[in-house]
Structures are given as structure tokens and as C-alpha cells.
Design a protein around this ligand. Structure first.
Ligand code: ZN
Length: 287
């Protein structure tokens, strides 16, 4: 078995070029931009992205495949196809709009976060009711503690937004909470980012190299340490939650405005979002 790493940005550009060879592209297509927006995708995903773009171009009667077709291809590959048929009530739609607005505002406010590329309340794939797509400008190999904390705050912002606006919460944040908890746990057990536990690696992952993923974890610590880990994870989540709450509570008017636009149009792209954010100056300073 030979394990091949996922391609880096240069690799993705070359893979894209291979798959683009026998197709016609409009002048606005920029392979370098596509490569930058697709971190984590492997060769097969990139081939799929080009195919999706080609299908969309055909459906839209485009003579050549445009950058817009390919951008939609990126989203389909990363988040699954749009599913306009799913029936969602007006109230649910409103909750989803505020939930996604929460993610997006925090992603814009917190430093070091990947830029918001698109906010949508059109369901995608199997589970996502709405989504806020943040795309990195480049591949990242190192991430700081404060950036990880910010990432968790952004994940929690969907739930926080629901809470602020509706004084009630829904099941919609399940995946966010899972990812937030996983990140906090990694900080404590693998990255030495908890003062209480110090610079130790807790738990041993048994890696099945030929499967390319972890299958189990060996516990190599005591019950007492397990308890401390849980406490530390909770402390991180609580801090991030408070941060998210502060960011959003002080921007209630902005939330209403963006959620309103989202409800009306269902999709907000990067430029529009930027414009909506800049129209408004924040009322209180944030850390
Ligand atoms: Zn969410």
C-alpha cells in the first residue's frame, strides 16, 4: 500500500490543468484561483469539480465553461448539490437565516478566520439546511491557539444567534457542536494548549496507515486526567461561547439586516456580504 498525500495548491493547479485539457473555457477562468479555493480536495474531487462545471455550463447554454460554472462546481463538490425541493417552513427558514448570519458575522469580525465566500439558506447535500462557506486564501499548515479559539467561536455563533433572536435553540447546531468539541479536545489532548494539563500528548491514536484514517484511540491516562480533560474542554467552549455572544449581542441590528437579505434572496455572495458588513460600523470594540 502506498499512501499519497493530498495535493498542495501547486499540485491542485496541475491536476486541474490535466482535467481541463480537452474542454473549452471562457477567458475569466483562473486556474490559480480555483486551486487556492479547493484545499483538502484530492484528484478525483478536482476531476469531479470540472465535470460539474461542464454540466452546469451545458445546462445554462454557455458556449464555454465560465468561472461562475466552476465556482458552483466547487460548492457542489465541497457541500453537495443544492436541493431546492426540500420543504422548509417560513419559521424554520428564519431560524436558519439567523443561524448562518451568526456564523458569518463572527467569521468576519474575528481575526485570522478564513474569509466568508458565501452564505446560503438553500439546503445542500444530505444534512445541511443552510451553510456559510468560508474558503481559505491558501493552504495552512500551522494554526495558533487564538485562531483555534476563534474557529470554535465561529462554530458556536450559529447557536448563539438562535438564542439571542428566538430565546430558544434548535437541533440545527449539532454538527457545529461536534466540530467545536473535537477542536477543543484536540487543543487539550494533542496540542498542549491547556495550562492545566500542560505539554502532554494524551491518548494514543492507533493509526491504520493503509486505511489512511484513525480507527481507535487507546487511553493512556487516569480517570483523574480524563476528568480534567473534560473540564478543560468545557472551559474552552464556555470562553468561546461568551466571546461569540458578545460579538453578536452588540451587533443585533447588523444581524437583522443580513438575515433579512438572506431570507429574501437565499444566497449572499462574498462581495455583497462585505458591502453589508461595511455599511455598518461596530458599536463596541472586540478583542
Ligand atoms: Zn451552524
Amino acid at each position: 500500500h502506498i499512501v499519497v498525500d493530498k495535493p498542495d495548491v501547486k499540485g491542485r493547479e496541475e491536476v486541474l490543468n490535466v482535467h481541463m485539457k480537452d474542454k473549452q473555457f471562457a477567458d475569466d477562468v483562473d486556474v490559480k484561483v480555483l486551486a487556492r479555493r479547493t484545499p483538502g480536495l484530492v484528484g478525483a474531487d478536482l476531476a469531479n469539480l470540472i465535470n460539474e462545471g461542464a454540466l452546469l455550463a451545458a445546462r445554462r447554454d454557455h458556449e464555454k465553461i465560465t468561472m461562475e460554472d466552476l465556482e458552483e462546481g466547487v460548492e457542489r463538490t465541497m457541500a453537495g448539490p443544492e436541493r431546492k425541493s426540500r420543504l422548509i417552513s417560513d419559521r424554520e427558514k428564519k431560524i436558519i437565516a439567523y443561524h448562518e448570519t451568526g456564523h458569518a458575522i463572527s467569521a468576519k469580525i474575528l481575526p485570522g478566520a478564513d474569509p466568508v465566500h458565501k452564505i446560503s439558506i438553500i439546503p445542500r447535500g444530505h444534512a445541511a439546511l443552510g451553510y456559510t462557506l468560508q474558503l481559505p486564501e491558501e493552504d495552512r499548515f500551522l494554526i495558533s491557539k487564538s485562531e483555534l479559539m476563534n474557529r470554535i467561536s465561529i462554530l458556536l455563533s450559529g447557536r448563539v444567534s438562535e438564542e439571542i433572536v428566538f430565546s430558544d435553540v434548535t437541533s440545527g447546531a449539532a454538527n457545529d457542536l461536534e466540530r467545536a468539541t473535537e477542536t477543543a479536545r484536540q487543543m487539550v489532548t494533542e496540542l498542549g494548549m491547556s495550562e492545566a494539563l500542560g505539554l502532554v500528548k494524551l491518548g494514543k491514536k492507533r493509526e491504520e496507515i493503509f486505511l489512511g484514517r484513525d480507527i481507535s484511540e487507546d487511553r493512556n491516562y487516569s480517570e483523574e486526567v480524563a476528568y480534567k480533560i473534560d473540564q478543560e474542554v468545557k472551559a474552552i467552549i464556555d470562553t468561546c461561547y461568551e466571546n461569540a455572544k458578545e460579538i453578536l449581542t452588540s451587533r443585533r441590528a447588523l444581524m437583522d439586516k443580513i438575515a433579512g437579505v438572506l431570507l429574501e434572496r437565499e444566497v449572499i455572495d462574498a462581495e455583497e456580504f462585505e458591502r453589508l458588513m461595511n455599511e455598518d460600523t461596530p458599536q463596541s470594540p472586540q478583542n
